[in-house]
Design a protein around this ligand. Structure first.
Ligand SMILES: Cc1cc2nc3c(=O)[nH]c(=O)nc-3n(C[C@H](O)[C@H](O)[C@H](O)COP(=O)(O)OP(=O)(O)OC[C@H]3O[C@@H](n4cnc5c(N)ncnc54)[C@H](O)[C@@H]3O)c2cc1C
Length: 464
């Protein structure tokens, strides 16, 4: 592969309807190349902002014929930095942001440039939603293709379980439609196999009656109470109705007006919960969490579903350095909780967080072979997010890696790959498991034998 040239950009301009930006475009180029994770400050040779399927075809064909590397960007939230590139072509899908809701059929067609905040806004007017990201700025596209874990997953499965059909452009520039009945093997691969097989230009998703008001929010405590609160959370979750989403966060208390001043900047522990049944029944459904110990802050209340979806937006802005690792737990034993607390207490940055959440329910209903993803029956998962703006990268990355190593004895494989900054071949293989990995390789051989789409959680074609 070679770097992009003036001739390549000229070739692209002749067949591309959307905007094309280069470093000559100054601030607009800089805005367009910025991604969520500031560790990836890349300078693409050109940014092609696709406006339609034809633009996606044109970008792929020009990049292929010029043998130039290409990255695909939707919401730009890849913590592994897949959605940007130095020197090559960045295909930016953000202008393709249509949303067509069929409220009576409970389906929605979504362009690849749409974020979860935009999609929720369009569907919530009709009291509908599907499992979406826990932050409004995350893109629908990368999220769905990589699994899609959200507040609604215990009730309605992962986002990829709600995918009904997709249209994509393959490495040879063909537009292919895929669903359970049309190109079903490709459809199987798209539900967790990431961006390996082409550029998806439309997702059709199932939506469900949700909200617009739900009951939920957060309870905040001093960190010292974390061991007993974690145990209570585990016991509360043993027999959990699907209408409840629950988890906890080890964080540093923000200097927000709703936080008592004595907690500002101090290690804290938050329990988050949502009840998707009748909001009037919410206080009863969550009382065992609220009444266990008196919280310093009690934000459990009837709230709009969109507010729940935005709960962590303010605490996790773009532009900081991020290094992430996650894993699944088969249970939450006392010794696992003690290890979590110990690791959280050694965090090297006040912005870093550890999250533990309950999965299961509808996620576990989907048969193991129905999608490439495994690990569906694991009831708990954790995220260790190293997030910083100051200090040496090595120190903060080291904390995440040491945390992963010390929690490993209690983990099981299968955590979806969207939650890792480091994804090597071994992780891709072991996450899918050898049998399903080989099924993905067969798809890769068929749709992308030269591995043109490789800035992703890469499935390598047999030819290497
Ligand atoms: C702040 C934050 C919060 C998050 N919260 C959650 C969460 O609650 N649940 C969860 O499951 N995940 C979450 N994630 C992880 C998230 O799902 C992934 O980072 C996902 O890739 C984001 O999608 P995107 O469209 O923004 O990605 P992008 O960075 O735009 O794309 C990532 C990669 O996905 C592939 N891709 C994207 N669009 C297409 C397309 N149209 N066709 C083919 N391939 C494509 C490409 O390989 C691309 O490089 C979060 C990430 C961040 C940074």
């Amino acid at each position: 592969m070679t770097e992009i040239t003036v001739t390549d950009i000229g070739a692209l301009r002749s067949s591309f309807a959307g905007e094309i930006l280069t470093s000559d475009d100054g601030r607009r180029y800089d805005e367009a190349r910025a991604v969520f994770n500031a560790m990836f400050d890349r300078r693409p040779g050109a940014i092609a902002r696709a406006s339609c399927d034809g633009d996606v075809v044109a970008a792929i064909l020009v990049a292929q014929s010029a043998r130039m590397p290409m990255a695909v960007r939707a919401g730009g939230h890849s913590v592994a930095g897949y959605s940007t590139i130095d020197d090559g072509l960045l295909l930016d899908l953000r202008p393709m942001a249509k949303i067509e809701l069929d409220a009576s059929a409970r389906t929605v067609r979504v362009g690849p440039g749409v974020t979860w905040g935009q999609l929720d806004a369009a569907t919530q007017i009709h009291g509908l939603a599907t499992t979406g990201g826990r932050m409004t700025t995350t893109g629908v596209a990368g999220f769905v293709l990589g699994s899609g874990s959200g507040w609604l997953e215990r009730l309605h499965g992962w986002a990829c379980d709600n995918l009904l059909s997709a249209r994509l452009v393959t490495a040879d520039g063909r537009v292919v439609t895929t669903s359970e009945s049309e190109n079903p093997e490709l459809f199987w691969g798209l539900r967790g196999g990431g961006g390996n097989f082409g550029v998806v230009t439309e997702f059709e998703l199932r939506v469900h009656p949700i909200g617009p008001m739900i009951y939920g929010g957060m309870l905040l405590y001093p960190r010292e109470q974390a061991p007993e609160l974690c145990r209570n959370l585990r016991d509360f979750s043993a027999e959990l109705p699907r209408e409840i989403a629950v988890g906890c966060v080890f964080l540093t208390a923000p200097p927000a007006p709703f936080v008592p001043p004595e907690l500002h900047g101090r290690p804290a522990f938050a329990v988050f919960a949502a009840w998707f049944g009748d909001p009037a029944e919410g206080p009863d459904a969550l009382s065992a969490l609220r009444e266990f110990r008196t919280p310093a802050v009690d934000l459990l209340a009837p709230i709009p579903y969109q507010q729940l979806q935005a709960l962590t937006d303010a605490g996790n802005p773009p532009g900081r350095r991020n290094y992430w690792h996650s894993d699944l737990f088969s249970d939450l034993a006392d010794e696992t909780i003690d290890a979590l607390v110990e690791r959280a207490n050694t965090a090297t940055s006040p912005a870093s967080v550890m999250i533990v959440a309950r999965s299961g329910g509808a996620v576990a209903d989907v048969p193991e072979d129905a999608t490439p993803l495994s690990g569906r029956t694991a009831p708990w998962f954790y995220h260790c997010y190293g997030i910083w703006t100051e200090g040496e990268d090595a120190q903060h990355i080291g904390w995440v890696r040491e945390t992963a190593a010390s929690l490993r004895p209690w983990t099981v494989t299968g955590m979806p790959l969207n939650f890792f900054t480091d994804v090597d071949d071994d992780r891709v293989r072991s996450t899918f498991g050898e049998k399903k990995y080989q099924r993905l390789v067969a798809l890769k051989d068929r749709y992308d034998p030269e591995n043109f789409f490789r800035r992703n959680q890469n499935v390598r074609p047999s030819a290497g």
